[in-house]
Ligand binder design. Structure first.
Ligand code: SF4
Length: 346
């Protein structure tokens, strides 16, 4: 067994401290960061913070974008989810398996994590931690510097690679000890919260469930859109997303794709609306400019957009087009009723 280890680095305080404690013991740390669309850290994402930490500590870092594979776990977890769509136990097993593969690839001997026992309701309870360790094939090979005293000796400790006396006994949700350690090590910048990813959020989970139900062949842009705007279910095959501010309007435009419908009000300040269908040929279905069975959907979406404009209850002209042509059509609309909107809001 050598002194090389793979450290799971989210960019949060706990994983940062875990690495620091191991570096203090002369361990050769190789950081591993996982990137999914569900990360909640800084606006630039967890990877940015993890990269910053790795640079500061002068350790190599590998960033793995795992969204595609990870979605299979999100859809069909083996273990019970948390309160919302978060499959925490399966998620940890998955990331530990990835860490094991990376460990073997770089010929490292063990894995380091910033886990703190009892910090999170599900995946950081001792029983769950042991299940995760067993299923990932890393039994005895996971060193948790912050909570090590609550666990059996690991192989690196038994072999004298890691000094158990210099490992800690932090537990629970209070973060005082971590804050004190951060101060001691002069770690000041740790924006990633200890909370979970977006899958732990009730509203986000409702939007994800809706997507999986009505568009099982979703793409990555569908997943990114779940993070922004107000979402409305117009019909089984049609969803309408309205930006909440200029930044979201811009993001909506950046995430738009061929066959999406864009709604805008050109005369007065308003949000941008994006209608996305799960049908193969949405523009044929809706028939831009022609009266079709879906004309009522266009009228509804126009009235929703009017609601999020400066129309002040007056009739406005809403313009819409299908991408990428941008042949704009106009339709008059009056702001939709709020109570009704609540019934179709996802
Ligand atoms: S909160 Fe999200 S990222 Fe964290 S373990 Fe649960 S599912 Fe995985």
């Amino acid at each position: 067994m050598n002194k090389r280890a793979v450290a799971l680095l989210s960019g949060g305080l706990d994983s940062t401290l875990a690495i620091k404690l191991m570096l203090e013991q002369g361990i050769e740390v190789h950081a591993l960061n996982f990137l999914t669309v569900f990360c909640t850290c800084t606006s630039k994402g967890c990877t940015h913070q993890a990269t910053k930490v790795a640079e500061e500590f002068k350790v190599p870092i590998k960033v793995m974008n795992i969204t595609k594979e990870y979605m299979e776990i999100v859809k069909n977890p083996k273990y019970p989810r948390g309160r919302n769509m978060n499959p925490c136990i399966d998620c940890r097993i998955f990331t530990f398996k990835k860490a094991k593969d990376f460990m073997e690839e770089i010929k490292a001997s063990f894995v380091i994590t910033g886990e703190v026992i009892g910090q999170r309701p599900m995946s950081q309870r001792k029983q769950a931690i042991m299940t995760i360790e067993k299923e990932s094939g890393l039994q005895g090979l996971i060193v948790r510097p912050l909570s090590a005293k609550f666990f059996e000796l690991t192989i690196p400790e038994k072999e004298g690679i890691v000094d158990r006396n210099r490992l800690l006994d932090i537990h629970g949700r209070r973060r005082n000890q971590q804050m004190a350690l951060a101060k001691k090590f002069s770690i000041n910048d740790y924006p990633c919260p200890a909370g979970g990813c977006l899958l732990t959020d009730k509203g986000f989970s409702a939007r994800l469930k809706d997507l999986l139900k009505y568009k099982p062949d979703y793409n990555i842009s569908d997943l990114h859109l779940l993070k922004i705007g107000r979402h409305f279910r117009i019909s089984d095959s049609l969803k309408f997303i309205v930006g909440r501010d200029s930044k979201e309007n811009e993001k909506i435009m950046n995430l738009s794709e061929k066959d999406d419908f864009i709604f805008d009000i050109l005369d007065i300040p308003s949000a941008i609306g994006l209608a996305r269908s799960s049908e193969a040929n949405p523009s044929m279905l809706l028939g831009v400019g022609s009266v079709s069975f879906a004309q009522k959907d266009i009228e509804l979406m126009a009235s929703i957009l009017a609601r999020y404009s400066d129309s002040d209850g007056k009739s406005v002209i809403v313009s819409y087009c299908v991408l990428p042509e941008q042949n704009w059509e106009n339709i008059p609309a009056i702001s939709a009723n709020k109570d009704f909107l609540d019934t179709i809001r996802i």
